[in-house]
Design a protein around this ligand. Structure first.
Ligand code: FNR
Length: 183
């Protein structure tokens, strides 16, 4: 039985390393997990003033999240925390009260950076927010994918063999986590 995984990419950049890694997750996913990026770039800023009569793009976003069985965050770290666009998407998905689209969906996070620390701060921040979003997060393995430029092959989109193994192993545990939580 196949589970749908909504992949949320925390960068809007065209050449985003995080998007590239998200696409590698898609390529390497086991058959039982159907990964798809749910775009966040067109979501207007969240405000409580409009949440009861929300713009159509909010509704569409919430519908896609609600239709997913699981969530995979792939995000950069900005100033030791998460990009505002990602936090905005979290708020929109979680509101209004009693209409939390994230609720109970198994989740996981990978952070990607050209730097050494691999987005540790963002990784932790996503886990922190997941408590309130009510996303049960896979604890292990942790995925801090640092020095990403050295992990991509010359084509600039495919990860090297060692990283591919790491992503596959991560997905294998995530698959078990998703099946366990959704059964
Ligand atoms: C960064 N970058 C960054 N990197 C990091 O490892 N820790 C950090 O705290 C920050 N802070 C930060 C703030 C802002 C505003 C920008 C624009 C960038 C660098 C960041 O990791 C790099 O630009 C990545 O390439 C961003 O991810 P994408 O867009 O490639 O997915």
């Amino acid at each position: 039985d196949t589970k749908k995984v909504a992949v949320i990419v925390g960068s809007l950049r065209k050449e985003s390393f995080n998007r590239k890694v998200a696409n590698e997750f898609i390529r390497l996913a086991p058959k039982s997990l159907e990964l798809e990026i749910v775009e966040i770039k067109d979501l207007p800023f969240f405000s409580e003033d409009i949440e009861n009569d929300p713009p159509q793009v909010w509704i569409d976003f919430k519908t896609k999240i609600a239709a997913a069985d699981a969530i995979l965050f792939v995000s950069p770290e900005y100033n030791r925390t998460i990009p505002g666009v990602l936090k905005n998407a979290m708020e929109i998905g979680a509101r209004p009260p009693k209409q939390n689209s994230w609720k109970g969906k198994p989740g996981a996070v990978a952070t990607v950076s050209p730097g050494l620390i691999g987005g540790l701060g963002a990784n932790q921040t996503i886990r922190e927010a997941a408590v309130s979003l009510n996303i049960p997060m896979m604890q292990q393995p942790e995925a801090y994918i640092g020095q990403i430029k050295d992990k991509l092959l010359e084509d600039g989109v495919t990860v090297n063999e060692k990283t591919e193994k790491f992503l596959k192993d991560f997905l294998e545990v995530f698959e078990k986590w998703v099946m366990q939580i959704t059964k």
